[in-house]
Design a protein around this ligand. Structure first.
Ligand SMILES: Cc1cc2nc3c(=O)[nH]c(=O)nc-3n(C[C@H](O)[C@H](O)[C@H](O)COP(=O)(O)OP(=O)(O)OC[C@H]3O[C@@H](n4cnc5c(N)ncnc54)[C@H](O)[C@@H]3O)c2cc1C
Length: 621
């Protein structure tokens, strides 16, 4: 059997594997009935491309946009970009192309009476800047950006809170380590490091900590921009049939190094409304796998061992209508089995200047509730009104005092004196921790008080469930790359959504890869033909990816979300004290509260954390 035939067999057998999403989730643009084909005038059969991107979701589309954006690039490219050889790119997407943003938002010139889709991402300022000012402005104009400039994190059985505010990022913006999004949006001016550092930020609005953007408008607006560029072939309804990628030994011994060959079918609807499938073969210098967690490219090329581990947790997500404004705040309350996040979606009633009209109308929020699979299944089985009541019960509660550190009354030594001392010490420690929390809230008026999240008044979307898995490519093989192939986004890593970092990490991957591809082109080198650029990509992303995936895993452990503590949503025992069994568990909880208090009270530490989440360049780099 030839290598090609072998790949085809592998591809068809892998295709039978089910994706990891557990509910029947079809992102909205899959529902599009128009089977369009956005091929350029050049026929796609036997065509050669500099870069082929498999997967036109958020990550693949942003990579294409960054590659086509000549205003950003390598330092050589910034000087000579007018003379940069135009890249030829193909983007292969298995689903139908997303509808244009306008048609998604409006029908017959009228605002559609739809509600936000629960598949949405909290994007950092840095990731938002990778969308480019045009895409970002269209999302803001069409009211599809849920901006937040403050964030409140607290726990169910302790007094501690973390309050991040936009002001925490001003230092990084002033130093040019973080994009000045305000200026970027208002002027449409793309920033590079040099211009940012020469323009200190003065007298502006609070910087955004981030914005929540739904998947469908995000991908639609990116495709809208890509469609207008004839350097890219956007091919939808594609089924990859075979991938023939060179081996490491071939790369060293054959001159010129062999290319990647891909064959695929593309289905179109003919004039009789029947489906036609056309088979195409293409070659490329670099194949980028942006085809998600279940990446067909990664599995077919077969040289990417992954470290994978289930969190034993499931995320439940939906859109709710609120009774009052979120005031541009993202809320997250930690329960014993995982957090509930309430995130502003669309900018309804949010004052972001240009969107006056959005001050009217309903207020929506995106809910992401991570918990054990059995609790998640219980939540998924609830009626919308029961879900709303359960959500309010578990989210709309303030901080608590720490539960007793003593195991439980029956185990306290019966000697009266010892017992009294133990109780006194326990009470003193718990009071001290609570007092410390109150004391650390005084640094700025914006973080002086706990804000109760607004109440939900109804679920207005389907309630979806996702199994949560941690995965990352291993360093033992090529990591993020193999000859002429690179992994980006969920194809290379997945993690718990508690820190909202999955897509942000993917955005970082594509920014790094796009810069290196431009550097290769500007140096006149074969993009994937030398390990020079791909090795650098691998090193950069291996460090970043391991740190973020490992960090999120650490947070999951610190917050005790990985255990199976007593108490449950179903029997309502989380907040009655029964969720805490005293002893070691309470001690861990107590230390966690103390740790959160300390972080909240130390501006340098808190700002450093806010900067990491925002995607700022660390100081001194
Ligand atoms: C509940 C939940 C909440 C989350 N919240 C956040 C958040 O707030 N912030 C954040 O940063 N991240 C978040 N994430 C993570 C985020 O969803 C992912 O990191 C992100 O969607 C990955 O994007 P991607 O483009 O790599 O993959 P995908 O979104 O899976 O896109 C892959 C694309 O490739 C296409 N494709 C697949 N196979 C093929 C093929 N064989 N050929 C051609 N095309 C193919 C698919 O159709 C799709 O368009 C969350 C995740 C979950 C589960």
């Amino acid at each position: 059997m030839s290598r090609n035939q072998l790949s085809s067999v592998i591809v068809s057998s892998l295709r039978r594997t089910r994706p990891t999403f557990t509910s029947c989730v079809q992102p909205p643009h899959h529902q599009s009935i128009s089977h369009c084909r956005f091929a350029s005038s050049i026929p796609t059969k036997h065509k050669h491309y500099d870069v082929v991107i498999a997967g036109g979701g958020a990550v693949g589309s942003v990579l294409a946009r960054l590659l086509l954006d000549d205003s950003i690039g390598s330092s050589i490219g910034n000087i000579i970009h007018n003379r940069r050889r135009p890249l030829k790119i193909a983007l292969l997407e298995q689903r139908s192309s997303p509808p244009p943003l306008d048609s998604l938002i409006q029908q017959n010139g009228k605002q559609q009476s739809q509600t936000p889709h629960p598949r949405a991402y909290a994007l950092s300022p840095t990731s938002l800047s990778y969308l480019g000012s045009n895409v970002l402005q269209s999302l803001i104009r069409s009211n599809r950006c849920g901006v937040y400039n403050s964030m409140q994190v607290w726990e169910h059985d302790g007094p501690a809170q973390l309050h991040f505010v936009g002001e925490d990022l001003i230092g990084a913006v002033n130093d040019g380590r973080l994009v000045d999004l305000d200026r970027y949006i208002n002027s449409g001016e793309e920033q590079n490091d040099a211009s940012a550092s020469n323009n200190p930020r003065k007298g502006r609005r609070r910087p955004w900590l981030g914005a929540l953007v739904e998947d469908a408008p995000l991908v639609s607006s990116l495709w809208d921009e890509l469609k207008s560029d004839d350097r890219i072939n956007l091919l939808d309804n594609v089924q990859i049939k075979s991938i023939n990628a060179p081996s490491t030994s071939q790369m060293g011994n054959v001159e010129p190094p062999p290319l990647v060959k891909l064959s695929f079918t593309q289905s179109t609807i003919n004039k009789d409304k029947n489906e036609d499938a056309e088979t195409c073969t293409i070659s490329t210098n670099l194949l980028v796998a942006a085809d998600g967690a279940n990446s067909l490219v990664r599995r077919t090329v077969g040289t990417f061992p992954m470290m994978t581990s289930s969190y034993g947790r499931k995320a439940v997500t939906c859109t709710v209508k609120l009774e009052s404004s979120m005031a541009q705040t993202a809320f997250q309350r930690f329960l014993p089995h995982g957090p509930i996040a309430l995130l502003p979606v669309w900018n309804s009633q949010a004052d972001i200047g240009s969107s006056e009209k959005s001050k009217e109308g309903p207020i929506y929020a995106n809910v992401v509730w991570s918990t054990t699979p059995s609790e998640a299944n219980h939540l998924l089985s609830l009626s919308p009104s029961d879900f709303t009541a359960t959500l309010n019960k578990h989210l709309c509660q303030g901080p608590n005092v720490n539960p007793s550190l003593l195991p439980n009354n029956s185990n306290i030594p019966s000697i009266p004196f010892v017992s009294t001392i133990a109780k006194e010490v326990d009470s003193l420690l718990r009071t001290a921790n609570t007092a410390l929390t109150m004391g650390t809230w005084t640094e700025a008026p914006t973080r002086n008080y706990f804000r109760m999240p607004p109440k939900s008044i109804g679920v207005v979307s389907p309630i979806l469930g996702f199994d949560l898995t941690m995965s990352h490519v291993t360093a033992s093989s090529g990591g993020y790359t193999s000859p002429r192939v690179a992994l980006v986004g969920d194809a290379a890593h997945t993690m718990h959504p508690m820190a909202g970092q999955g897509l942000n990490l993917g955005m970082g991957d594509v920014n790094s890869l796009a810069m290196l591809i431009k550097e290769a082109v500007d140096s006149g080198m074969d993009i994937g033909g030398t390990s020079l650029f791909l090795d650098r990509y691998n090193q950069e992303r291996m460090i970043k990816g391991s740190a973020i995936v490992g960090g999120v895993h650490g947070l999951h452990e610190i917050f005790g979300c990985s255990g199976n503590l007593p108490g449950s949503v179903a029997d309502g025992t989380y907040d009655s004290g029964m969720g805490s069994s005293g002893g070691l568990q309470s001690l861990i909880g107590y230390s966690r509260s103390l740790g959160m208090n300390v972080v909240n009270g130390l501006p340098l530490v808190r700002r450093a954390l806010a900067e990491v989440a925002a995607g700022a360049t660390p100081k001194g780099i």
